[in-house]
Design a protein around this ligand. Structure first.
Ligand code: AGP
Length: 610
Protein backbone atom coordinates (compact mmCIF):
# COMPACT_ATOMS: atom_id res chain seq x y z
CA UNK A 1 0.00 0.00 0.00
CA UNK A 2 2.25 2.67 -1.28
CA UNK A 3 1.48 6.25 -2.18
CA UNK A 4 2.21 7.66 -5.61
CA UNK A 5 2.14 11.26 -6.83
CA UNK A 6 2.81 12.79 -10.25
CA UNK A 7 2.86 16.49 -11.19
CA UNK A 8 3.06 18.14 -14.62
CA UNK A 9 2.56 21.84 -15.13
CA UNK A 10 3.82 25.12 -16.55
CA UNK A 11 5.63 26.15 -13.37
CA UNK A 12 8.97 24.71 -12.23
CA UNK A 13 7.56 23.49 -8.91
CA UNK A 14 6.97 19.82 -9.65
CA UNK A 15 9.58 18.50 -7.18
CA UNK A 16 8.21 20.44 -4.18
CA UNK A 17 4.61 19.58 -5.15
CA UNK A 18 5.48 15.88 -5.31
CA UNK A 19 7.40 15.96 -1.99
CA UNK A 20 4.44 17.67 -0.28
CA UNK A 21 2.10 15.11 -1.84
CA UNK A 22 4.25 12.23 -0.61
CA UNK A 23 4.21 13.67 2.90
CA UNK A 24 0.39 13.74 2.81
CA UNK A 25 0.39 10.11 1.61
CA UNK A 26 2.98 8.83 4.07
CA UNK A 27 0.27 7.03 6.09
CA UNK A 28 0.12 4.60 3.15
CA UNK A 29 3.68 3.33 3.72
CA UNK A 30 6.97 4.73 4.97
CA UNK A 31 9.68 2.12 4.27
CA UNK A 32 11.36 4.29 1.62
CA UNK A 33 10.67 7.31 -0.60
CA UNK A 34 11.84 8.35 -4.05
CA UNK A 35 11.35 10.89 -6.83
CA UNK A 36 12.10 11.22 -10.56
CA UNK A 37 12.00 14.58 -12.35
CA UNK A 38 12.76 16.04 -15.73
CA UNK A 39 15.71 18.39 -15.51
CA UNK A 40 16.18 19.11 -19.18
CA UNK A 41 18.71 16.35 -19.52
CA UNK A 42 18.40 13.31 -21.83
CA UNK A 43 18.11 11.08 -18.79
CA UNK A 44 15.68 11.47 -15.93
CA UNK A 45 17.02 12.64 -12.57
CA UNK A 46 16.22 10.17 -9.77
CA UNK A 47 16.74 10.26 -6.01
CA UNK A 48 15.57 7.63 -3.51
CA UNK A 49 16.13 7.14 0.22
CA UNK A 50 15.24 4.50 2.82
CA UNK A 51 12.75 5.70 5.44
CA UNK A 52 10.52 8.75 5.58
CA UNK A 53 9.93 11.47 2.96
CA UNK A 54 11.99 13.86 5.11
CA UNK A 55 15.10 11.77 4.35
CA UNK A 56 14.42 12.29 0.62
CA UNK A 57 13.94 16.06 1.13
CA UNK A 58 17.25 16.21 3.03
CA UNK A 59 19.04 14.26 0.31
CA UNK A 60 17.62 16.48 -2.48
CA UNK A 61 18.79 19.58 -0.64
CA UNK A 62 17.81 22.88 -2.26
CA UNK A 63 14.56 22.97 -4.18
CA UNK A 64 14.94 21.47 -7.67
CA UNK A 65 13.48 23.35 -10.64
CA UNK A 66 11.36 21.08 -12.83
CA UNK A 67 7.88 21.14 -14.36
CA UNK A 68 7.42 17.39 -14.20
CA UNK A 69 8.02 14.83 -11.47
CA UNK A 70 6.71 11.53 -10.09
CA UNK A 71 7.23 10.27 -6.55
CA UNK A 72 6.60 7.31 -4.29
CA UNK A 73 6.37 6.45 -0.60
CA UNK A 74 6.69 2.73 -0.05
CA UNK A 75 5.15 -0.10 1.95
CA UNK A 76 7.37 -3.03 1.02
CA UNK A 77 5.67 -6.03 -0.62
CA UNK A 78 8.51 -7.44 -2.77
CA UNK A 79 12.06 -6.86 -1.51
CA UNK A 80 13.30 -5.34 1.74
CA UNK A 81 13.33 -1.54 2.32
CA UNK A 82 16.59 -0.69 0.53
CA UNK A 83 17.56 2.10 -1.89
CA UNK A 84 17.73 -0.51 -4.68
CA UNK A 85 14.13 -1.59 -4.06
CA UNK A 86 12.83 1.95 -3.54
CA UNK A 87 10.80 3.52 -6.35
CA UNK A 88 11.02 5.07 -8.95
CA UNK A 89 12.25 2.18 -11.03
CA UNK A 90 13.67 2.87 -14.49
CA UNK A 91 15.00 1.30 -17.68
CA UNK A 92 18.70 0.79 -18.16
CA UNK A 93 19.39 4.16 -19.79
CA UNK A 94 17.11 6.04 -17.36
CA UNK A 95 14.88 7.47 -20.10
CA UNK A 96 11.77 5.88 -18.55
CA UNK A 97 10.80 6.09 -14.85
CA UNK A 98 7.88 4.41 -13.07
CA UNK A 99 6.27 4.58 -9.63
CA UNK A 100 3.76 1.91 -8.62
CA UNK A 101 1.22 1.12 -5.91
CA UNK A 102 -0.07 -2.46 -5.95
CA UNK A 103 1.32 -5.85 -6.95
CA UNK A 104 2.23 -7.11 -10.47
CA UNK A 105 1.24 -10.75 -9.96
CA UNK A 106 2.88 -12.06 -13.20
CA UNK A 107 6.13 -10.13 -12.73
CA UNK A 108 8.28 -13.30 -12.47
CA UNK A 109 7.37 -14.59 -15.95
CA UNK A 110 7.70 -11.08 -17.43
CA UNK A 111 11.10 -10.70 -15.79
CA UNK A 112 12.28 -14.07 -17.18
CA UNK A 113 11.11 -13.06 -20.63
CA UNK A 114 12.93 -9.70 -20.39
CA UNK A 115 16.10 -11.29 -19.03
CA UNK A 116 16.12 -13.50 -22.13
CA UNK A 117 15.99 -10.23 -24.14
CA UNK A 118 19.15 -9.10 -22.31
CA UNK A 119 17.55 -6.82 -19.72
CA UNK A 120 19.41 -6.52 -16.40
CA UNK A 121 17.42 -6.12 -13.20
CA UNK A 122 18.83 -4.12 -10.26
CA UNK A 123 16.06 -4.69 -7.69
CA UNK A 124 14.01 -7.49 -6.11
CA UNK A 125 10.75 -5.68 -6.84
CA UNK A 126 7.82 -6.68 -9.04
CA UNK A 127 7.60 -3.08 -10.30
CA UNK A 128 10.93 -3.03 -12.15
CA UNK A 129 9.47 -5.12 -14.98
CA UNK A 130 7.32 -2.12 -16.03
CA UNK A 131 10.01 0.35 -17.27
CA UNK A 132 11.93 -2.51 -18.94
CA UNK A 133 8.78 -3.81 -20.66
CA UNK A 134 7.90 -0.31 -21.92
CA UNK A 135 11.50 -0.03 -23.20
CA UNK A 136 11.13 -3.42 -24.91
CA UNK A 137 7.94 -2.42 -26.72
CA UNK A 138 9.30 1.07 -27.51
CA UNK A 139 11.84 -0.57 -29.78
CA UNK A 140 9.06 -1.48 -32.21
CA UNK A 141 6.19 0.92 -31.39
CA UNK A 142 5.35 4.11 -33.26
CA UNK A 143 4.83 6.15 -30.12
CA UNK A 144 5.70 5.97 -26.44
CA UNK A 145 1.97 5.79 -25.61
CA UNK A 146 1.62 2.73 -27.84
CA UNK A 147 4.49 1.03 -25.98
CA UNK A 148 2.83 1.90 -22.66
CA UNK A 149 -0.51 0.44 -23.80
CA UNK A 150 1.20 -2.77 -24.96
CA UNK A 151 2.84 -2.99 -21.55
CA UNK A 152 -0.43 -2.43 -19.66
CA UNK A 153 -1.91 -5.23 -21.73
CA UNK A 154 0.66 -7.63 -20.29
CA UNK A 155 0.40 -6.69 -16.60
CA UNK A 156 -1.70 -8.83 -14.19
CA UNK A 157 -2.61 -7.85 -10.63
CA UNK A 158 -3.25 -4.47 -9.09
CA UNK A 159 -1.60 -1.21 -9.96
CA UNK A 160 -1.69 2.53 -9.94
CA UNK A 161 1.24 3.63 -12.07
CA UNK A 162 2.92 6.99 -12.65
CA UNK A 163 5.12 6.96 -15.78
CA UNK A 164 7.42 9.57 -17.31
CA UNK A 165 9.87 9.51 -20.22
CA UNK A 166 12.60 11.94 -21.25
CA UNK A 167 11.31 11.38 -24.80
CA UNK A 168 8.21 13.45 -23.86
CA UNK A 169 9.34 15.85 -21.06
CA UNK A 170 6.02 17.72 -21.15
CA UNK A 171 3.84 14.64 -20.68
CA UNK A 172 2.96 12.50 -17.68
CA UNK A 173 1.16 9.15 -17.85
CA UNK A 174 -0.77 7.34 -15.12
CA UNK A 175 -2.76 4.11 -15.23
CA UNK A 176 -5.08 2.22 -12.90
CA UNK A 177 -6.21 -1.33 -12.28
CA UNK A 178 -7.71 -1.93 -8.81
CA UNK A 179 -5.38 0.44 -6.92
CA UNK A 180 -6.85 3.90 -6.33
CA UNK A 181 -5.83 6.79 -8.60
CA UNK A 182 -7.17 10.35 -8.69
CA UNK A 183 -6.38 13.06 -11.25
CA UNK A 184 -6.38 16.68 -10.07
CA UNK A 185 -7.01 19.34 -12.74
CA UNK A 186 -5.74 22.86 -12.01
CA UNK A 187 -4.85 26.00 -13.96
CA UNK A 188 -1.92 24.99 -16.10
CA UNK A 189 -1.25 21.86 -14.10
CA UNK A 190 -2.31 18.24 -13.64
CA UNK A 191 -1.49 16.16 -10.58
CA UNK A 192 -2.19 12.44 -10.11
CA UNK A 193 -2.14 10.71 -6.72
CA UNK A 194 -3.26 7.66 -4.76
CA UNK A 195 -5.78 9.85 -2.92
CA UNK A 196 -7.02 13.45 -2.88
CA UNK A 197 -5.03 14.47 0.22
CA UNK A 198 -1.98 14.94 -2.06
CA UNK A 199 -3.96 17.02 -4.54
CA UNK A 200 -6.21 19.38 -2.58
CA UNK A 201 -3.41 21.91 -1.96
CA UNK A 202 -3.30 22.53 -5.75
CA UNK A 203 -6.91 22.05 -6.88
CA UNK A 204 -10.34 20.81 -5.74
CA UNK A 205 -11.30 19.65 -9.25
CA UNK A 206 -10.69 15.91 -9.56
CA UNK A 207 -11.42 12.91 -11.74
CA UNK A 208 -11.42 9.45 -10.13
CA UNK A 209 -9.92 6.99 -12.61
CA UNK A 210 -11.66 3.65 -13.03
CA UNK A 211 -10.11 0.25 -13.62
CA UNK A 212 -8.41 -0.16 -17.02
CA UNK A 213 -8.06 3.59 -17.54
CA UNK A 214 -4.94 5.64 -18.13
CA UNK A 215 -4.47 9.38 -18.44
CA UNK A 216 -2.03 11.34 -20.61
CA UNK A 217 -1.55 14.72 -18.94
CA UNK A 218 0.41 17.59 -20.44
CA UNK A 219 2.14 20.61 -18.95
CA UNK A 220 -0.57 23.04 -20.17
CA UNK A 221 -3.01 21.31 -17.81
CA UNK A 222 -4.93 19.38 -20.48
CA UNK A 223 -5.46 15.63 -20.29
CA UNK A 224 -6.93 12.69 -22.19
CA UNK A 225 -8.27 9.56 -20.54
CA UNK A 226 -8.41 6.25 -22.38
CA UNK A 227 -9.96 2.91 -21.54
CA UNK A 228 -7.05 0.63 -22.49
CA UNK A 229 -9.12 -2.57 -22.20
CA UNK A 230 -11.55 -1.47 -24.93
CA UNK A 231 -9.10 0.97 -26.59
CA UNK A 232 -11.62 3.83 -26.46
CA UNK A 233 -11.22 7.44 -25.28
CA UNK A 234 -13.14 8.35 -22.11
CA UNK A 235 -14.61 11.77 -21.39
CA UNK A 236 -15.31 12.49 -17.75
CA UNK A 237 -16.56 15.56 -15.86
CA UNK A 238 -14.46 16.74 -12.93
CA UNK A 239 -15.91 16.46 -9.41
CA UNK A 240 -15.21 18.94 -6.59
CA UNK A 241 -13.58 17.86 -3.33
CA UNK A 242 -15.71 19.11 -0.43
CA UNK A 243 -13.02 19.39 2.21
CA UNK A 244 -9.83 21.42 2.48
CA UNK A 245 -6.24 20.89 3.53
CA UNK A 246 -6.83 22.31 7.03
CA UNK A 247 -8.69 19.19 8.19
CA UNK A 248 -5.69 17.06 7.35
CA UNK A 249 -3.22 18.54 9.80
CA UNK A 250 -2.57 17.87 13.48
CA UNK A 251 -3.38 21.31 14.78
CA UNK A 252 -2.02 21.60 18.36
CA UNK A 253 -2.04 17.85 18.94
CA UNK A 254 1.29 15.96 19.12
CA UNK A 255 -0.14 13.14 16.99
CA UNK A 256 -2.96 12.59 14.48
CA UNK A 257 -4.14 9.64 16.60
CA UNK A 258 -4.72 11.82 19.70
CA UNK A 259 -6.39 14.51 17.56
CA UNK A 260 -8.69 11.90 16.03
CA UNK A 261 -9.53 10.39 19.45
CA UNK A 262 -10.45 13.88 20.68
CA UNK A 263 -12.69 14.26 17.61
CA UNK A 264 -15.05 11.59 19.02
CA UNK A 265 -17.77 14.07 20.17
CA UNK A 266 -17.71 15.89 16.81
CA UNK A 267 -17.60 12.56 14.95
CA UNK A 268 -20.77 11.43 16.76
CA UNK A 269 -22.47 14.71 15.83
CA UNK A 270 -21.33 14.58 12.19
CA UNK A 271 -22.47 10.98 11.74
CA UNK A 272 -26.01 11.85 12.88
CA UNK A 273 -26.20 15.38 11.43
CA UNK A 274 -29.33 15.78 9.30
CA UNK A 275 -30.14 12.09 9.78
CA UNK A 276 -31.84 12.05 13.19
CA UNK A 277 -35.01 13.83 14.19
CA UNK A 278 -35.51 12.94 17.86
CA UNK A 279 -38.71 15.01 18.23
CA UNK A 280 -40.44 13.09 15.42
CA UNK A 281 -38.55 9.85 16.11
CA UNK A 282 -37.26 9.72 12.59
CA UNK A 283 -34.09 8.51 10.94
CA UNK A 284 -33.37 9.74 7.40
CA UNK A 285 -30.58 8.12 5.42
CA UNK A 286 -30.58 9.84 2.04
CA UNK A 287 -27.93 7.48 0.70
CA UNK A 288 -30.31 4.51 1.01
CA UNK A 289 -33.41 6.13 -0.50
CA UNK A 290 -32.50 5.01 -4.03
CA UNK A 291 -32.79 1.36 -2.90
CA UNK A 292 -35.69 1.74 -0.49
CA UNK A 293 -37.84 -0.74 -2.47
CA UNK A 294 -35.15 -3.47 -2.54
CA UNK A 295 -34.40 -2.92 1.15
CA UNK A 296 -37.98 -3.90 2.01
CA UNK A 297 -37.33 -7.44 0.71
CA UNK A 298 -33.96 -7.96 2.42
CA UNK A 299 -34.12 -10.93 4.83
CA UNK A 300 -30.39 -11.39 5.46
CA UNK A 301 -27.38 -9.10 5.59
CA UNK A 302 -23.77 -10.23 5.15
CA UNK A 303 -21.29 -7.64 6.40
CA UNK A 304 -17.78 -7.78 4.92
CA UNK A 305 -14.85 -5.76 6.22
CA UNK A 306 -11.30 -5.91 7.60
CA UNK A 307 -9.57 -4.96 10.84
CA UNK A 308 -11.30 -2.27 12.87
CA UNK A 309 -14.09 -2.00 10.32
CA UNK A 310 -14.77 -5.72 10.81
CA UNK A 311 -15.09 -5.18 14.57
CA UNK A 312 -17.49 -2.27 13.95
CA UNK A 313 -19.43 -4.74 11.79
CA UNK A 314 -19.67 -7.13 14.75
CA UNK A 315 -21.28 -4.37 16.83
CA UNK A 316 -23.58 -3.70 13.83
CA UNK A 317 -24.58 -7.36 13.81
CA UNK A 318 -25.99 -7.10 17.34
CA UNK A 319 -27.67 -3.74 16.60
CA UNK A 320 -29.37 -4.78 13.34
CA UNK A 321 -30.51 -8.16 14.68
CA UNK A 322 -31.79 -6.67 17.95
CA UNK A 323 -33.48 -3.57 16.49
CA UNK A 324 -34.43 -4.49 12.93
CA UNK A 325 -34.82 -8.25 13.45
CA UNK A 326 -32.83 -9.06 10.28
CA UNK A 327 -30.27 -11.91 10.58
CA UNK A 328 -26.73 -10.64 10.05
CA UNK A 329 -23.48 -12.48 9.41
CA UNK A 330 -20.15 -10.68 9.64
CA UNK A 331 -17.25 -12.01 7.62
CA UNK A 332 -13.62 -11.03 7.23
CA UNK A 333 -13.45 -9.88 3.63
CA UNK A 334 -10.19 -11.75 2.99
CA UNK A 335 -11.96 -15.03 3.81
CA UNK A 336 -15.33 -14.15 2.28
CA UNK A 337 -13.83 -13.98 -1.19
CA UNK A 338 -12.86 -17.66 -1.15
CA UNK A 339 -15.99 -19.13 0.49
CA UNK A 340 -18.61 -20.87 -1.71
CA UNK A 341 -21.68 -19.96 0.32
CA UNK A 342 -25.13 -19.82 -1.28
CA UNK A 343 -26.50 -16.32 -1.79
CA UNK A 344 -30.20 -15.58 -2.27
CA UNK A 345 -31.39 -12.41 -4.01
CA UNK A 346 -32.95 -11.26 -0.72
CA UNK A 347 -29.53 -11.09 0.91
CA UNK A 348 -27.73 -7.75 0.96
CA UNK A 349 -23.95 -7.40 1.14
CA UNK A 350 -22.82 -4.52 3.33
CA UNK A 351 -19.19 -3.46 2.99
CA UNK A 352 -17.65 -1.34 5.76
CA UNK A 353 -14.44 0.58 5.11
CA UNK A 354 -12.80 3.77 6.38
CA UNK A 355 -10.57 4.25 3.35
CA UNK A 356 -12.95 2.73 0.82
CA UNK A 357 -9.85 1.30 -0.87
CA UNK A 358 -9.16 -1.92 1.04
CA UNK A 359 -8.43 -4.54 -1.61
CA UNK A 360 -9.94 -7.49 0.28
CA UNK A 361 -13.22 -5.63 0.79
CA UNK A 362 -13.27 -4.51 -2.85
CA UNK A 363 -12.67 -8.14 -3.87
CA UNK A 364 -15.60 -9.23 -1.70
CA UNK A 365 -17.87 -6.77 -3.52
CA UNK A 366 -16.54 -7.87 -6.91
CA UNK A 367 -17.25 -11.52 -6.00
CA UNK A 368 -21.00 -10.90 -5.80
CA UNK A 369 -21.02 -8.45 -8.74
CA UNK A 370 -23.21 -10.77 -10.87
CA UNK A 371 -25.22 -12.36 -8.07
CA UNK A 372 -28.04 -9.81 -8.42
CA UNK A 373 -27.73 -8.92 -4.73
CA UNK A 374 -27.86 -5.43 -3.23
CA UNK A 375 -24.37 -4.10 -2.45
CA UNK A 376 -24.34 -1.46 0.26
CA UNK A 377 -21.50 0.53 1.77
CA UNK A 378 -20.60 2.28 5.02
CA UNK A 379 -17.57 4.33 3.96
CA UNK A 380 -15.66 7.32 5.26
CA UNK A 381 -13.51 8.37 2.29
CA UNK A 382 -15.65 10.40 -0.12
CA UNK A 383 -15.48 9.27 -3.74
CA UNK A 384 -13.42 6.18 -2.89
CA UNK A 385 -13.64 2.95 -4.89
CA UNK A 386 -16.01 1.16 -2.51
CA UNK A 387 -18.28 4.22 -2.37
CA UNK A 388 -18.43 4.24 -6.17
CA UNK A 389 -18.86 0.50 -6.68
CA UNK A 390 -21.77 -0.03 -4.21
CA UNK A 391 -25.44 0.44 -5.19
CA UNK A 392 -26.12 2.70 -2.22
CA UNK A 393 -24.61 3.52 1.14
CA UNK A 394 -24.04 5.84 4.04
CA UNK A 395 -20.99 8.06 4.41
CA UNK A 396 -19.49 8.28 7.92
CA UNK A 397 -18.57 11.97 7.59
CA UNK A 398 -15.72 11.57 10.10
CA UNK A 399 -13.39 13.62 7.84
CA UNK A 400 -9.97 12.35 6.70
CA UNK A 401 -8.41 9.87 9.18
CA UNK A 402 -4.63 10.14 9.05
CA UNK A 403 -3.33 7.97 11.87
CA UNK A 404 -2.82 4.36 10.82
CA UNK A 405 -4.69 3.16 13.91
CA UNK A 406 -8.36 3.78 13.21
CA UNK A 407 -10.20 5.57 16.02
CA UNK A 408 -12.84 8.14 15.00
CA UNK A 409 -13.78 5.99 11.98
CA UNK A 410 -14.79 3.16 14.37
CA UNK A 411 -16.98 5.62 16.29
CA UNK A 412 -18.56 6.88 13.07
CA UNK A 413 -19.06 3.36 11.65
CA UNK A 414 -20.84 2.06 14.78
CA UNK A 415 -23.02 5.19 14.89
CA UNK A 416 -23.98 4.76 11.23
CA UNK A 417 -24.72 1.06 11.79
CA UNK A 418 -27.04 2.05 14.64
CA UNK A 419 -28.78 4.47 12.25
CA UNK A 420 -29.08 1.72 9.62
CA UNK A 421 -30.58 -0.61 12.24
CA UNK A 422 -33.15 2.06 13.12
CA UNK A 423 -33.75 2.77 9.41
CA UNK A 424 -34.44 -0.93 8.70
CA UNK A 425 -36.56 -1.45 11.80
CA UNK A 426 -40.25 -0.72 12.18
CA UNK A 427 -40.38 2.17 14.56
CA UNK A 428 -42.42 0.07 16.97
CA UNK A 429 -39.30 -1.58 18.38
CA UNK A 430 -39.02 -0.76 22.10
CA UNK A 431 -35.43 0.31 21.64
CA UNK A 432 -36.21 2.72 18.78
CA UNK A 433 -36.89 5.89 20.74
CA UNK A 434 -34.38 5.33 23.58
CA UNK A 435 -31.61 4.64 21.08
CA UNK A 436 -32.48 7.68 19.00
CA UNK A 437 -32.42 9.90 22.10
CA UNK A 438 -29.20 8.34 23.36
CA UNK A 439 -27.38 8.94 20.05
CA UNK A 440 -28.22 12.58 20.55
CA UNK A 441 -26.78 12.55 24.09
CA UNK A 442 -23.55 10.69 23.35
CA UNK A 443 -21.26 13.56 22.29
CA UNK A 444 -21.43 15.02 25.80
CA UNK A 445 -20.71 11.63 27.34
CA UNK A 446 -17.71 11.15 25.07
CA UNK A 447 -16.41 14.52 26.26
CA UNK A 448 -16.73 13.25 29.86
CA UNK A 449 -14.40 10.36 29.02
CA UNK A 450 -11.86 12.63 27.32
CA UNK A 451 -11.79 14.66 30.54
CA UNK A 452 -10.39 11.52 32.23
CA UNK A 453 -7.42 11.45 29.85
CA UNK A 454 -4.86 12.22 32.57
CA UNK A 455 -6.13 9.35 34.77
CA UNK A 456 -6.14 6.98 31.80
CA UNK A 457 -2.61 8.14 31.00
CA UNK A 458 -1.44 7.22 34.53
CA UNK A 459 -3.08 3.83 34.16
CA UNK A 460 -1.35 3.29 30.83
CA UNK A 461 2.01 4.19 32.34
CA UNK A 462 1.37 1.66 35.12
CA UNK A 463 0.67 -1.15 32.62
CA UNK A 464 2.97 -0.21 29.73
CA UNK A 465 5.66 -2.66 30.82
CA UNK A 466 3.59 -5.80 30.40
CA UNK A 467 4.22 -7.98 27.34
CA UNK A 468 0.82 -9.70 27.13
CA UNK A 469 -2.75 -8.48 27.53
CA UNK A 470 -6.14 -10.14 27.35
CA UNK A 471 -9.34 -8.20 26.55
CA UNK A 472 -12.68 -9.78 27.45
CA UNK A 473 -16.31 -8.82 26.98
CA UNK A 474 -19.80 -10.23 26.52
CA UNK A 475 -22.33 -9.43 23.72
CA UNK A 476 -21.71 -5.75 22.76
CA UNK A 477 -18.59 -5.94 24.94
CA UNK A 478 -17.11 -8.77 22.84
CA UNK A 479 -16.39 -6.74 19.66
CA UNK A 480 -15.10 -4.00 21.98
CA UNK A 481 -12.63 -6.49 23.45
CA UNK A 482 -11.46 -7.44 19.95
CA UNK A 483 -11.09 -3.79 18.92
CA UNK A 484 -9.32 -2.83 22.17
CA UNK A 485 -6.81 -5.63 21.69
CA UNK A 486 -6.21 -4.58 18.07
CA UNK A 487 -5.56 -0.96 19.07
CA UNK A 488 -3.01 -1.98 21.69
CA UNK A 489 -1.34 -4.46 19.30
CA UNK A 490 -0.96 -2.17 16.36
CA UNK A 491 0.54 0.86 18.08
CA UNK A 492 2.36 -0.55 21.16
CA UNK A 493 3.42 -3.89 19.64
CA UNK A 494 2.27 -5.64 22.88
CA UNK A 495 0.73 -9.09 22.31
CA UNK A 496 -2.97 -8.62 23.05
CA UNK A 497 -5.92 -10.93 22.45
CA UNK A 498 -9.61 -10.11 22.48
CA UNK A 499 -11.90 -12.88 23.67
CA UNK A 500 -15.55 -13.53 24.43
CA UNK A 501 -15.53 -13.60 28.24
CA UNK A 502 -17.49 -16.85 28.24
CA UNK A 503 -14.68 -18.50 26.30
CA UNK A 504 -12.12 -17.98 29.06
CA UNK A 505 -12.68 -21.36 30.69
CA UNK A 506 -12.24 -23.06 27.31
CA UNK A 507 -8.54 -22.23 27.08
CA UNK A 508 -7.30 -18.64 27.57
CA UNK A 509 -7.57 -18.92 31.35
CA UNK A 510 -4.45 -21.12 31.15
CA UNK A 511 -2.42 -18.06 30.16
CA UNK A 512 -3.45 -16.02 33.19
CA UNK A 513 -0.68 -15.15 35.63
CA UNK A 514 0.35 -12.00 37.55
CA UNK A 515 2.27 -10.68 34.49
CA UNK A 516 -0.64 -11.15 32.09
CA UNK A 517 -3.22 -8.42 32.81
CA UNK A 518 -6.80 -8.48 31.54
CA UNK A 519 -8.89 -5.56 30.27
CA UNK A 520 -12.52 -6.46 31.14
CA UNK A 521 -15.45 -4.68 29.45
CA UNK A 522 -17.90 -4.64 32.40
CA UNK A 523 -20.37 -1.90 31.55
CA UNK A 524 -23.98 -2.15 32.67
CA UNK A 525 -25.90 -4.90 30.84
CA UNK A 526 -28.08 -7.90 31.68
CA UNK A 527 -24.88 -9.99 31.45
CA UNK A 528 -22.84 -7.98 33.98
CA UNK A 529 -23.10 -10.64 36.70
CA UNK A 530 -21.62 -13.19 34.32
CA UNK A 531 -18.74 -10.86 33.52
CA UNK A 532 -18.14 -10.48 37.28
CA UNK A 533 -17.69 -14.28 37.48
CA UNK A 534 -15.13 -14.16 34.69
CA UNK A 535 -13.23 -11.46 36.53
CA UNK A 536 -13.34 -13.59 39.69
CA UNK A 537 -11.89 -16.57 37.74
CA UNK A 538 -8.97 -14.35 36.64
CA UNK A 539 -8.42 -12.94 40.10
CA UNK A 540 -8.38 -16.51 41.47
CA UNK A 541 -5.25 -17.04 39.31
CA UNK A 542 -3.64 -13.80 40.56
CA UNK A 543 -4.37 -12.15 37.22
CA UNK A 544 -4.56 -8.32 37.26
CA UNK A 545 -7.76 -6.75 35.95
CA UNK A 546 -8.49 -3.31 34.52
CA UNK A 547 -12.25 -2.93 34.15
CA UNK A 548 -14.30 -0.48 32.12
CA UNK A 549 -17.53 0.01 34.05
CA UNK A 550 -20.55 2.31 34.19
CA UNK A 551 -20.36 5.22 36.62
CA UNK A 552 -22.03 4.40 39.93
CA UNK A 553 -20.98 0.76 39.85
CA UNK A 554 -19.41 0.21 43.27
CA UNK A 555 -19.25 -3.60 43.06
CA UNK A 556 -16.53 -3.51 40.42
CA UNK A 557 -14.22 -1.59 42.79
CA UNK A 558 -13.92 -4.76 44.89
CA UNK A 559 -13.27 -6.98 41.90
CA UNK A 560 -10.82 -5.13 39.64
CA UNK A 561 -7.35 -3.66 40.31
CA UNK A 562 -8.19 -0.55 38.33
CA UNK A 563 -11.44 0.83 36.89
CA UNK A 564 -12.19 3.30 34.12
CA UNK A 565 -15.73 4.64 34.46
CA UNK A 566 -17.89 5.68 31.53
CA UNK A 567 -21.13 7.71 31.83
CA UNK A 568 -24.37 5.72 32.02
CA UNK A 569 -25.62 4.75 28.57
CA UNK A 570 -27.55 1.98 26.81
CA UNK A 571 -25.98 -1.44 26.39
CA UNK A 572 -26.30 -0.84 22.64
CA UNK A 573 -24.35 2.43 22.68
CA UNK A 574 -21.74 1.48 25.30
CA UNK A 575 -19.24 0.40 22.56
CA UNK A 576 -19.06 4.02 21.41
CA UNK A 577 -17.89 5.22 24.82
CA UNK A 578 -15.83 2.15 25.73
CA UNK A 579 -13.89 2.62 22.46
CA UNK A 580 -12.80 6.15 23.40
CA UNK A 581 -11.40 4.95 26.75
CA UNK A 582 -9.60 1.99 25.13
CA UNK A 583 -8.18 4.20 22.35
CA UNK A 584 -6.76 6.62 24.95
CA UNK A 585 -5.29 3.72 26.97
CA UNK A 586 -3.50 2.21 23.98
CA UNK A 587 -2.32 5.65 22.82
CA UNK A 588 -0.71 6.43 26.19
CA UNK A 589 0.86 2.94 26.45
CA UNK A 590 2.53 3.51 23.06
CA UNK A 591 3.64 7.00 24.11
CA UNK A 592 5.07 5.57 27.34
CA UNK A 593 7.05 3.14 25.19
CA UNK A 594 8.30 6.03 23.04
CA UNK A 595 6.80 4.63 19.82
CA UNK A 596 5.66 6.42 16.65
CA UNK A 597 1.90 6.11 17.24
CA UNK A 598 0.85 7.61 13.89
CA UNK A 599 3.19 5.45 11.80
CA UNK A 600 3.43 2.08 13.55
CA UNK A 601 5.99 -0.33 12.09
CA UNK A 602 5.04 -2.74 9.33
CA UNK A 603 1.54 -1.22 8.86
CA UNK A 604 -0.15 1.20 6.50
CA UNK A 605 -3.44 3.03 6.63
CA UNK A 606 -5.06 1.70 3.51
CA UNK A 607 -4.38 -1.92 2.51
CA UNK A 608 -4.72 -1.80 -1.28
CA UNK A 609 -3.22 -5.20 -2.01
CA UNK A 610 -4.68 -8.61 -1.13
C1 AGP B 1 -7.14 -0.33 12.15
O1 AGP B 1 -6.64 0.53 13.09
C2 AGP B 1 -6.23 -0.62 11.05
N1 AGP B 1 -5.72 0.51 10.43
C3 AGP B 1 -6.79 -1.63 10.05
O2 AGP B 1 -7.14 -2.79 10.74
C4 AGP B 1 -8.02 -1.15 9.26
O3 AGP B 1 -9.12 -1.08 10.07
C5 AGP B 1 -8.29 -2.15 8.13
O4 AGP B 1 -7.16 -2.17 7.29
C6 AGP B 1 -9.52 -1.78 7.33
O5 AGP B 1 -9.34 -0.57 6.68
P1 AGP B 1 -10.59 0.16 6.02
O6 AGP B 1 -11.58 0.46 7.10
O7 AGP B 1 -10.00 1.38 5.41
O8 AGP B 1 -11.16 -0.77 4.99
Amino acid sequence: MCGIVGYIGQQQKAVDAVLDGLTALEYRGYDSAGIAYQDGDKIIAIDKQVGRVQALRDSLGDSKQSNSAIGHTRWATHGTPTIGNAHPHYNTDKTIAVVHNGIIENYAELRDHLKKQGYVFVSETDTEVVPHLIDFYRRSSNTFQEALEQTLDQLRGAYALGVMTSEEPDVLYAARLSSPLVLGVGNGLCIVASDPSAIMEHTKRVVYLNDYEFVRATSDGSFQIKDFKNAVPVSRETETLDYDAAVANKGDYPHFMLKEIYEAPQTLRSATLGRVRVESSQVKLGGLECVAKQLRYIDRIVIVACGTSYYAGLVGEYLIEEIAGIPVEVQQASEFKYRDEPFSRSTALLAISQSGETADTIAALKKVENYGVLRLGVVNAIGSTIARMTDAGVYCHAGPEQAVASTKAFIAQVTVLALIALHLSDRGNELYKPLLAELDALPKKAEAILEQAEDIKKLAQKYAGYRDFLYIGRKYGFPCALEGALKLKEISYIHAEGYAAGEMKHGPLAMIEPDFPTFAIATDSPLLEKTYSNIEEIRARDGKVIAIATEGNETIEGLADDVIYIPRTLEQTAPLLVAVAMQLFSYYVAIEKGLDVDRPRNLAKSVTVE
